[in-house]
Design a protein around this ligand. Structure first.
Ligand code: ZN
Length: 199
């Protein structure tokens, strides 16, 4: 697992613990009223393009009081920041307690691959306990979401899940690390931008 994923796990747990939430609409309104970075004051067009061409916008959602310093996810703590200012804040190594958070949460997801959604968010196959045996299983379905096919979901072990999803086009129950996005997803789903192999 790379550093970005570790950060994402810690961040998700911190965000949850700190409390507060905001809607997409609230963020959209705030952004539409923000012509420039709240930190450095540059207009969005004055910020150099992002190094990763998949990300077209120079603006990002930033927290006035950073999540890592106890800031909440409420709209009152949100501001539009350029990616350079925002990403500077999150530098540094994970502390011991942060590494513990990562270790705890890793168990909930398959680390074999993730789906990257159009929004850029990563979602991971979710492990669940099989009712009868208590064994870890993944729920897969040949139908996937929103189709007319009869949805026959089954619970399978991890190697079977990986094969069915990556080779046979099955959908699998997935969740983002913070649990905000979850559902059945498969490669080729309209909101899935790419499948990223991790292992
Ligand atoms: Zn800035």
């Amino acid at each position: 697992m790379d550093c970005r994923n570790k950060r994402a796990i810690v961040r998700a747990e911190r965000t949850k613990a700190n409390g507060g939430s905001h809607t997409k609409k609230e963020w959209g309104t705030l952004l539409s009223e923000s012509p420039a970075c709240a930190v450095c004051g540059r207009k969005w067009s004055e910020v150099p393009p992002r190094p990763d061409p998949r990300y077209m916008n120079t603006w990002t959602k930033g927290h006035k009081v950073p999540i890592f310093h106890g800031g909440t996810d409420a709209i009152s703590n949100i501001q539009a920041e350029c990616y350079e200012c925002n990403f500077k804040k999150n530098a540094g190594k994970l502390t011991k307690s942060e590494r513990e958070i990562v270790a705890r949460n890793q168990d909930r997801f398959s680390r074999a691959f993730c789906f990257v959604l159009e929004s850029g968010r990563e979602i991971y196959p979710v492990k669940m306990k099989r009712r009868e045996t208590g064994n870890i299983a993944f729920r897969v379905s040949p139908g996937g979401t929103g189709g007319n096919t009869v949805k026959v979901s089954e619970e399978v072990d991890e190697p079977t899940m990986i094969h069915k999803v990556l080779k046979e086009g099955f959908a699998v129950r997935c969740s983002s690390l913070d649990g905000e996005v979850n559902g059945l997803y498969k490669a080729g789903h309209r909101s899935v931008r790419e499948v990223r192999r991790l292992a």
